[in-house]
Design a protein around this ligand. Structure first.
Ligand code: ADP
Ligand code: MG
Length: 508
């Protein structure tokens, strides 16, 4: 087998197709072409491609369908969407459904090559990661248990049983009677082989470690291995610990997606600004031409307001895209929360029947982030809390110094300049508002996700997330519908040497 990467090009325009094919072949890829969505889906069913490059708008079966079908069969295949500016919103949708990147037509050769190369690189990395994971799994994440026909464990692999049950001895005990097993999918899974049915049973379950109560994701595979009078005499149970892999994969996906969506959003903003200015000027012109009492005045006014709204969104996106690397400042979170601008914001809340309660830890160490940026983040989150409590309520704000928790290690998110991973400052903003639906939580930080219709832009949390990320922190959220929502922002503590570093770079 050759190790050249295989790319499928889908476009209903022959010239485009052939052009891309020629470029990619010159770059040493194996390039195949499909002239419509149906053909592409057919080809992708037969063959695994490393990367699929698909036009978005095609007759009958469009690029979104191609994306979905390909991803269903080959979740690891990288899909890049080709699109015109006119259909950028569908490109956003494609990104949300798992496309890796998008290319705007017409596209320069160099750009095409670069994006395809990035896609293939991601794919290669993931393949490697998969290999490493496999090895790791073999070494430490797989456990083998043998049960008798009553479900009593007769032999067990010690590594994994330690992870699940700590030092509790398990051999000679009934699996279903072991602590933590009762409410898991294992119960149902074990029923069939115990009742004498043949076959394989596989289930992914959540399990709370009896050793340190961490949440584990386990793949459990049950299979009768020896029979007596047609009934299973012993059952093999293979448990694979997927916890680490699941978390790492989720994070790789999320970070990448947000970065790409950010680029896309900035592109849209740029394109929208000019026509917007023209509309604005035209509206002003029309206003000056008609009688001040004309009923049309109202319509013009409404156009002007909507244009303002769009301009506001565009400004947010553009400011965000600029991302000027503001000099890092060593600031005190408590000072920020006690500043004038926040006291104005809080007095507004109080007017709306929202009580604001603080619990700010004294002698909180400083963090390294520009004051304007952290202000923007806190304001966004407080504004959301306000929106979530239309009939008043309570807003609690805490600040505290925390040590890095054990399970934070998995995220690998928080890094400090000094390499000290222990020292963090956490700001918690807790409301007693309407809460967030479980199924919405995973979209919160994506651009344009809003449940507020025309009153929302869906940019607040997206921008906040990117800001906190770029200062090596993280944002977490937990919420219960009808109960309220808690946002936690974590930033690394700033040290003396970091301040002087910053001062030095600023002078240069
Ligand atoms: P916007 O506020 O413009 O809708 P955001 O990015 O700030 O955009 O928030 C996205 C969505 O997250 C909101 O529309 C809302 O559904 C949800 N959300 C954010 N914070 C809260 C909160 N404190 N309580 C309930 N829902 C929230
Ligand atoms: Mg908001």
């Amino acid at each position: 087998m050759s190790d050249k990467a295989k790319v499928l090009i889908v476009d209903d325009e022959e010239i485009v197709r052939l052009n891309i094919e020629r470029i990619l072949e010159a770059e040493n890829y194996i390039a195949k072409t499909a002239q419509n969505g149906a053909e592409a889906i057919q080809m992708a069913k037969r063959d695994e491609f490393d990367l699929v490059l698909t036009d978005l708008i095609m007759e009958d079966i469009d690029g979104l369908r191609v994306l979905e079908e390909v991803k269903r069969d080959w979740p690891e295949t990288v899909v890049i969407i080709i699109t015109g500016y006119g259909s950028l919103s569908s490109a956003v949708r494609a990104m949300q459904r798992g496309a890796f990147d998008y290319i705007i037509k017409p596209c320069e050769k160099e750009e095409l090559i670069m994006r395809v190369r990035n896609g293939i690189e991601k794919r290669t990395m993931e393949k490697k990661l998969l290999e490493i994971n496999k090895m790791e799994a073999i070494l430490s994440n797989i456990g083998l248990f043998i049960l008798d026909d009553k479900g009593v464990i007769t032999s067990a692999n010690s590594d994994i049983s330690k992870k699940l049950w700590g030092d509790i001895p398990i051999v000679g005990k009934k699996l279903l009677k072991l602590p933590g097993v009762a409410n898991t999918g294992l119960v149902d899974c074990l029923k069939q082989p115990l009742s004498g049915e043949e076959g394989n049973y596989r289930e992914n379950i959540k399990f709370y470690s009896q050793k340190d109560s961490s949440e584990l994701i386990l793949s459990c595979h049950l299979r009768p291995v020896s029979f007596k009078n047609g009934k299973p005499k012993s059952i093999m149970l293979v448990i694979e610990d997927l916890t680490k892999r699941t978390k790492v994969m989720q994070q790789i996906g999320q970070a990448e997606k947000l970065a790409a969506l950010g680029k896309l959003a900035a592109g849209v903003a740029h394109e929208i600004n000019n026509p917007l200015n023209i509309i604005s000027l035209d509206v002003e012109f029309l206003k000056s031409q008609i009688d001040a009492h004309s009923p049309l005045m109202e319509n013009l006014q409404s156009i002007a307001e909507e244009v303002d709204r769009i301009a506001h969104i565009v400004k947010q996106l553009r400011d965000h895209a600029k991302r000027e690397d503001s000099a890092k400042e060593k600031i005190s979170i408590n000072d920020v929360l006690n500043s004038h601008i926040f006291s104005i914001a809080f007095s507004q809340l109080i007017k709306k029947g929202i009580q604001v309660e603080f619990d700010l830890e004294e002698r909180l160490p400083p963090v390294l982030i520009p004051r304007t940026k952290i202000t923007q983040v806190l304001m966004n989150i407080i504004k959301n809390a306000e929106d979530a409590m239309p009939n008043g309520g309570t807003l609690n704000i805490y600040s505290r110094r925390i040590a890095k928790k054990k399970d934070m290690e998995l995220t690998g998110d928080v890094k400090t300049g000094s390499g000290n991973l222990k020292d963090l400052v956490e700001i918690v903003i807790e409301d007693k508002g309407i809460g967030i639906k479980k199924e919405d939580i995973k979209y919160l930080f994506e651009p344009f996700f809003t449940t507020k219709g025309f009153d929302g832009t869906g940019l607040g949390l997206f921008i906040s997330y990117s800001i906190i990320k770029s200062y090596n922190g993280m944002i977490n959220v937990s919420s219960e519908v009808g109960q309220g929502t808690t946002f936690s922002i974590i930033l690394p503590v700033a040290y003396h040497n970091q301040e002087s570093e910053v001062a030095a770079t600023e002078k240069r």
